[in-house]
Design a protein around this ligand. Sequence first.
Ligand code: HEM
Length: 666
Amino acid sequence: MLSLATAVLVLPLVLVLYFLWTFLLLLFRQARSPLRHLPGPPSASLFMGNLKDLHDQENNGLVARWSRSYGSAFVYRGFMGGRRLMLVDPVAINYVMSRGYDYPKPDFVRDSLASMAAGYEGLLTADGEMHRKQRKILNQAFSAAQVKSFTPIFWEKAIRLRDIWLDITASPLSFFTPADPLTTQESAERSEDTDPEPATSNALSPTALTTSFLPNPFSSFVPSKASPPFPSAVRARHTTLTGVECTSEPCRLDVLPWLARATLDVIGAAGFGYAFNSLEAAAERRESESELARAFAVIFATARKFRVMTILQVWFPVLRNFRTENTAMRQATAAMRKIGTELIEQRREPILTQTEKAVHASEKADVIEGDKSVLGRDLLSVLIRSNVAEVPTQRMSMNEILCQISTFLAAGHETSSSSLTWTLYALCRHPATQVKLRAELRSLPVPSSLAMDSARPAIDDTDPHAGFFEQIMHLPYLDAIVRESLRLYAPITTTMRVASADDVIPVGAPFTDRRGRECPDIRVRRGDIISIPIQALNKNTDVWGDDAEVFRPERWTRDESDEGVRRRRAAVQGLWGNMMTFGGGNPVNGNRSCIGYRFALHEIKIFLYVLVRDLEFSIDPAIEIEKKVNVLTRPSVKSEPHRGNQMPLYIRRVLPLDCGCEDVHV
Ligand code: HEM
């Protein structure tokens, strides 16, 4: 038998040999990878490869420059010089994205998503058959009819936000910036955490390693450091937009955390009937949020930390078995599961009874309601029913259901708030567009039965305002602005895939490799990592023309009749708008595209209708806004990196041109 002393000597040796062997295998794999023949930029650093250069690529257009130099399929270097394939070629991208199960998310991406979504069994992280089953079940909750039924919730929260902002503009002394809704636990966590690094240190440092090319996606739940009240002297620098009559002085407001709060409240209410009350808490300047929001604050704060260990786990997968959770994280996960379980328990009986009644009624009436029926198809109902389903292909375990709750809260709120924030920013940089949009919004009168107050209208098929909401969805200029904003400010800028087997990826046009050979396709080996630069593709001049970088909503109204333009855009087969903003997929081989895209579009349009109709937005022309990316794109003021993510805009109330009165809500 091995003595203890021998074991103590042998164990470290075995470990060293294991790491050496794994490392050599990786180097050997690199040396043999067919990707070595592809052109690409030289590696900037032995350890970090090109990752640091890529960190700021949304501001410096690096991918576009590389693409001009090395073609639409090239190789850059990741950790320890590992080769990664970057695709800008739409044909190659369509091929990879429409094979979701052959090209899944790399393990290190899944790990990071799982730490944020509290497990590997949510829709974002599940793979193969489990993903196929979940996607089929969850699709019901995101059908066109179901999403329409959420519109009153979008409306209610948008009106509430507008009213809070109106109050702030009415009493300038009261303006303040609330904390980001999911960051309230930082200090509590730090005191318990053995990690000496403050949770926000990476996030707030201008040179922080928070790029999406590092394995901490969704690490963008970064706090906006509260801005001090804005002095009136500075407020006076505001320039009035032409053609709009306003009352009250504009005041500066960081719109980012407010919008994050509003969209968190939306997804809580629409998805799970859960009241985060985060807008209310901020309006009343209360620190405390709901228990679930506090739990999430801890989870996201932990998920966004960048650790060397995370990199090592990419190289030595065995280390993933030694993941540790600090006390705060364990408590937060337990709290999240407890609340999720309570939500399910509370709603199980009523939902099952309601569904039974609905089925019975439709059987009696001999009517197949099909997609028209939204009863019992909200996310929580769908989840609860799937838990009791007898057919295994329709059944989700309790763990899967709990993972979905955190998945949808995470995936469904900051994406929308990022998009809204950037749209308001674009409207500030293009005042004439804002004026034109407001004119269109005001041309659609609000039904008198739907006063612009916070009362939530009914949520069912008989909603008398469904027609009005539908009209908002079809306002052409609003639609063009939302498309253009989601093109230029895609909230998720990059996604990654890994080849699960050796394969040959087709390309749009042959390219020349490093050896000077003309290649009709790209060869990849099992394990090769592929980057899809969603944002760079959205600005590709081959697809969008020479003004691809310019915010021009008119491209969606005027250019569309041009056959050539249509053909060029059709090359990108994304889920929506010939863009990869919402990803792409194929139901047969893994549809990993955004299941919530309709939800997001409805939410964004309703918020814009309510906010831009009654408020005028502008920005200090001297301010330079930068994109900070770590999967999600968030804004930061270039000269104020210490303040973290923020979008300081000037806001003021707009009255109708023909309004003689002082205090009318339009
Ligand atoms: C403007 C808003 C949004 C954008 C731009 C967006 C974008 C995306 C993208 C690009 C993906 C694919 C990621 C990848 O393949 O790596 C995705 C997936 C996903 N999105 Fe969204 N999203 C938005 C809003 C939402 C909302 C509101 C929800 C839920 C209510 C949601 C839920 C999800 C889920 C669950 C997935 C994973 C789908 C799967 O793997 O089957 N998203 N989203």
